[in-house]
Design a protein around this ligand. Structure first.
Ligand code: DAH
Length: 335
């Protein structure tokens, strides 16, 4: 094709497009600029044009293509918008509606990362447990109220939905020799009535450290202080209050300094400067006996956090139910 022929073909194509109605536009797009259209064919045939004519010819082909596209675009029709988007790179992109991680997943993943820096690996256990792992081996006496049918979901006499992640301590110790350094995140169940701070299904993160060297409450405190700072920010530390759990001796409840006021007292911490986040303590020698360890040879600490509790204070969530309603208006605010 010569330059003159090209100008002719161009004039003809533009006249054809201008005379066409919207229903014909797609066919004309295919005819001229589609993959096997006449303009791409010309571009492919460029190598046969004498070298000295090539620049002028190339320019003319590009000009033709631009004018055809402009004429097609001006006519509208299906796909016209898409062409325009493709041509104008400054137009805003299309929103793909990417999701965000659920706050509970974020707390669990962040916790695993923090404890990994201290050498803890992640252990797992089933949500359907037996009585030995969930209660007996955790030194829970047979008359303990937590074993009552009104507090625990039982399936027969020896099968239950675990009420805590602590049975993973038992499973881990029975399957391994010390030293042990694990966290165990997961779902737990209690026969609670659901309200703003309670749910029959919630999540915990258990921690367990057992060693043949002597392990102390000071080790536990330093690890939890590091976790507090990494999870809630600088200036947040821990305090221990005496408590009782059957599987630890001594047992403590763990408070973080309020991350909002840094301990001065505010609405979030009800003016106390502290927020309760976990139970913990030194593993009771009787638990070691249940799993076949010699309490004279090993010592260790354990702790258990509520994941919802951490998420609620970290992200300022007032009602636990919001975490389970799957409402995008709520979840997308936490991205
Ligand atoms: N399992 C306890 C609960 O659900 C929390 C807990 C307390 C876990 C002390 C521990 C611990 O590992 O040492 O209330």
């Amino acid at each position: 094709m010569t330059l003159a022929e090209l100008e002719n073909a161009k004039a003809q194509s533009l006249a054809e497009i201008n005379a066409a109605d919207a229903s014909q536009i797609d066919a004309l797009r295919v005819k001229y600029v589609g993959r096997n259209g006449s303009i791409p064919a010309l571009i492919k045939a460029m190598k046969d044009v004498p070298k000295e004519e090539r620049p002028a010819f190339g320019k003319a082909v590009q000009a033709w293509k631009a004018e055809v596209e402009a004429a097609l675009g001006a006519k509208g029709g299906a796909g016209a918008g898409e062409r325009a988007v493709e041509a104008d790179l400054t137009m805003p992109g299309r929103w793909r509606g990417l999701g965000v991680k659920h706050p509970l997943s974020r707390v669990i993943e962040e916790s695993a990362a923090i404890f990994a820096r201290l050498g803890f690996t992640v252990a797992d256990g089933p949500e359907l447990e037996n009585k030995f792992n969930n209660f007996t081996a955790l030194n829970t006496p047979a008359h303990h109220p937590s074993m009552d049918r009104s507090d625990t979901f039982w399936f027969g006499d020896d099968c239950l939905l675990r009420t805590q992640t602590s049975p993973v301590q038992i499973r881990t110790m029975m399957a391994n020799k010390p030293p042990i350094r694990v966290i165990c995140p997961g779902r737990t169940y209690r026969r609670d009535t659901t309200d703003a701070t309670h749910s029959a299904n919630f999540h915990q993160i258990e921690g367990l450290y057992v060693d043949t060297k002597s392990v102390s409450l000071a080790d536990l405190k330093s690890v939890l202080a590091y976790f507090a700072k990494e999870m809630m920010g600088d200036g947040v530390t821990v305090r221990f209050r005496p408590h009782f759990f059957p599987f630890t001796e001594p047992s403590v409840e763990v408070d973080f300094t309020c991350h909002v006021c840094k301990g001065k007292g505010c609405n979030v911490c009800k003016q106390s400067g502290w927020i309760e986040v976990a139970g913990a303590g030194m593993v009771d020698p009787r638990v070691f006996k249940f799993v076949g360890y010699n309490p004279e040879e090993v010592s260790g600490y354990a702790f258990g956090f509520g994941v919802e509790r951490i998420a609620m204070i970290k992200y300022g969530i007032a009602d636990i139910r919001w975490l389970y309603e799957n409402d995008i208006r709520f979840l997308s605010q936490l991205g």
